[in-house]
Design a binder for this molecule. Structure first.
Ligand code: FAD
Length: 342
């Protein structure tokens, strides 16, 4: 993908704060593209605690992480944001005309007049399993996500893990792989019971294998995996033919490439002013958990407030010749038209 997308605002991170920023920017006629390394919106709320109740979202006495995400998606729907999931923003550079170019690891390029960094605690990245020499196979035989199912057609595929990702991909790839082996360290799974039952039925029918144990060795050459060794619960070793491996050991948050964008950092956070939430680079804003200012609280409601003020400042960059008139959604017909309710 080499086409360049042009937009008003590129938002890095589709967590709750990045999502609400779309609303505040949309009310002021700014179009947004959001980029997130995850395959879904909601950031920490959706990835770390989708079913946990949150009690301090104004006017919601209780709402779960996933419900909050769903409500935010509903609220920003009138503004038609474009989402680019599964993309890690790696580059951020200023263009000679004053705008910015944002580049991802997947080759996506977005040019925007304003950049909003809503990267939270950093990007979610897969945890690497503790198997010696695994780095040599990453990206060629070992993958931490499935971008194209076709890449696994006719493969001797080993999936490692016991959560939803491991079970979902076991069921999706079993019909197209030559043979799927699911490896988990114990005979208890954290995945949805229905998925576990379907997996067990496939094992029962002889259509895939389930091995309890841990992967302890990898063999292959030039990045191409040939076989793996599994040490089972009785410490016996077993060799399994394998040319593709998908380990699902959970995700960890790392600051990631944000550190390389030439923006001043304060203990891995981005200092901003509290009037506009702008960084040391004019036109680049930082809102939500990623920013820092005296008295900062890493709360969702703080990030919502920051998004509202950031949007006022962004407007002056996107529409330098227009006057900004403060309006309430309750009484402004023009805002209500944008929301599709008038
Ligand atoms: P995040 O939710 O962290 O989202 C940032 C997104 O940016 C992520 O999806 C990440 O993948 C993406 N990203 C980062 N870097 C890149 C990159 N380079 N390229 C692409 N994508 C990138 N807060 C409350 O207010 N109330 C609570 O009760 C509460 N309970 C919590 C309970 C738990 C268990 C946890 C972990 C947190 C809780 N929080 C709570 C904190 C709250 O979740 C955070 O304040 C909030 O998620 C911050 O939102 P955000 O949008 O700034 O960042």
């Amino acid at each position: 993908m080499t086409d360049t997308i042009s937009t008003d605002v590129a938002i890095i991170g589709a967590g709750p704060v990045g999502l609400f920023a779309v609303f505040e920017l949309g009310l002021l006629d700014m179009k947004c593209h959001l980029i997130d390394i995850l395959d879904k919106p909601g950031g920490q709320c959706a990835e770390l605690y989708p079913e946990k109740p949150i009690y301090d979202i104004p006017a919601w006495p209780v709402i779960s992480g996933q419900e909050l995400t769903d409500k935010l998606m509903e609220q920003i729907e009138p503004f038609g944001p474009t989402f680019h999931y599964g993309h890690m923003v790696e580059r951020l550079e200023r263009l000679p005309d004053g705008g910015f170019r944002v580049g991802t690891d997947q080759g996506l390029v977005i040019e925007a007049k304003v950049v909003v960094i809503a990267a939270g605690g950093g990007s979610f990245q897969p945890k690497r399993p503790p198997i010696g020499g695994i780095e040599a196979y990453e990206g060629t035989s070992v993958f931490y996500s499935v971008r194209q199912m076709e890449a696994f057609r006719d493969a001797n595929l080993v999936i490692v893990g016991g959560g939803d990702s491991a079970l979902d991909w076991t069921l999706s790839l079993q019909p197209i792989a030559r043979r799927v082996t699911l490896i988990h360290r114990r005979d208890a799974f954290r995945a949805a019971p229905d998925s576990v039952n379907k997996m067990r039925a496939l094992v029962e029918a002889g259509e895939m294998d389930l091995v309890l144990g841990q992967v302890t060795d990898l063999k292959g050459e030039s990045g191409q995996l040939r076989e793996i060794t599994v040490t089972d619960l009785e410490k016996a070793e077993r060799v399994i033919a394998c040319d593709r491996m998908l380990p699902f050991f959970g995700l960890t948050m790392k600051l990631g490439p944000v550190a390389d964008w030439g923006i001043n950092l304060h203990e891995n956070l981005i200092p901003v002013d509290t009037e506009k939430f702008e960084t040391s680079e004019p036109g680049i804003f930082a809102i939500g958990d990623i920013n820092w200012y005296p008295g900062k609280l890493k709360l969702i409601l703080s990030g919502f407030h920051e998004g509202a003020l950031m949007a006022q400042a962004a407007y002056r960059i996107v529409y330098p010749d227009k006057r900004l008139v403060f309006q309430y959604t309750t009484s402004s017909t023009s805002l209500q038209k944008k929301l599709g309710v008038a």
